[in-house]
Write a protein that binds this ligand. Structure first.
Ligand code: AHM
Ligand code: MG
Length: 333
């Protein structure tokens, strides 16, 4: 088998479609290299003394794990000096991180969830890194949070890494979705899946059913119909999978279809769901759409939402197109 490296893919993609200028290529390669470092730390587990909590909380009041903080630092350090970025933002940092003055600045802005699926870190279940790339607004002087307030349809690239039985990197630059597998011996990313496509129909769904009593009527209706199986209105049996790592759930859906839901519920009307728009929902929605799937907040296309806050939360319905359209229709009725 002829092996295509991430670098070769990026260079050829630029030649063919003019979609990956040198600075963006550098950005993607630096993020990929950081993910390699994170993968290495994750893989060490207890032997690397990286498990457990760090004794701090992030801006959303969530307990930070040692690996959350370590992964955040790895991504910051890797991306500061290359000259490709103007600023970064992360789930683990309250405000944005402008590139320090000692380094040249570039035209891109990077957002990330350094280690998604924190509840799975200490129990050896797949976790991952999610990232989103925006362009700095024309004429931007000192970056502010406001400069990041761009709808998801403005993303120029998005991707995620899964640290599982294999470490994989899934990437889109707006021209389909490709998957690279980390060759651990060689330390290189090798193209292993091209133009990934999510089947439009599915028999699998993912939702944290322990929250069922708090769901709003459209979600209850939809899930009840799935659970009614072959004798119900849908006329077929559905299977349920919930990993509690969005990266791993989305990766399954990208490979064999499915619908992933993290709805808002009746508990805290001011808190629309759990997942964050800018560095979880938007990059995943870009990838899912590029693979022929759909993604909404129950009411509208995720990528068209105008963000108001860096750490804004949003309900998420994504995956196989026909299912996402159905559950979205139930919200509109
Ligand atoms: P995190 O970024 O703090 O890890 O939280 C996000 C994760 C998602 O990966 C996952 O879909 C969800 O939280 C799981 O939440 P729950 O605790 O309801 O299972
Ligand atoms: Mg997360």
């Amino acid at each position: 088998m002829k092996r295509v490296s991430l670098t070769q893919y990026l260079v050829e993609e630029q030649r063919l479609n003019n979609s990956i200028p040198a600075e963006l290529r550098l950005l993607i390669e630096v993020v990929a290299r950081a993910c390699k470092t994170i993968s290495h730390a994750v893989g060490k587990g207890a032997l690397g003394e990286v498990l457990g909590t760090a004794g701090s909380e992030n801006i959303q009041g969530e307990v930070q794990k040692k690996l959350d903080i370590l992964s955040n630092e790895i991504l910051l350090e890797a991306n500061e000096w290359g000259g490709h970025l103007a600023a970064m933002a992360s789930e683990e940092m309250e405000s944005i991180h402008p590139i320090p003055n000692r380094y040249p600045k570039g035209e891109y802005m990077l957002l990330f969830d350094p280690l998604d699926g924190s509840s799975n870190i200490d129990v050896n279940v797949s976790i991952g890194t999610i990232f989103s790339v925006l362009k700095a607004p024309e004429g931007m002087a000192e970056p502010t949070e406001q400069d990041f307030m761009q709808a998801g349809n403005k993303q120029v690239a998005a991707g995620y890494a899964v640290y599982g039985p294999q470490t994989v990197l899934v990437l889109t630059t707006g021209n389909g979705v490709n998957c690279f597998t980390l060759d651990r011996e060689m330390g290189s990313w090798v193209l292993t899946q091209q133009n990934m496509q999510i089947p439009v129909d599915t028999k699998e769904y993912a939702i944290n059913a322990s929250n069922a009593r708090h769901w709003l009527p459209p979600v209850t209706r939809y899930v009840n119909e799935l659970q009614a199986g072959v004798t119900g209105s849908r006329g077929k049996d559905f299977n349920m999978r919930w990993i509690a790592s969005m990266v791993a759930d989305v990766h399954r859906i990208l490979n064999r279809g499915g619908v992933f839901m993290y709805p808002a519920d009746a508990r805290e009307p001011d808190k629309p769901g759990k997942l964050r728009l800018m560095y979880e929902a938007n990059p995943m929605s870009f990838i899912v759409e590029q693979a022929g799937g759909a993604s909404t907040d129950g009411k509208q296309r995720m990528l068209d939402i105008q963000p108001e806050k860096l750490h804004q939360r949003v309900p998420v319905f994504l995956g196989s197109k026909n299912e996402v359209e159905l559950v979205t229709r139930y919200h509109q009725e």
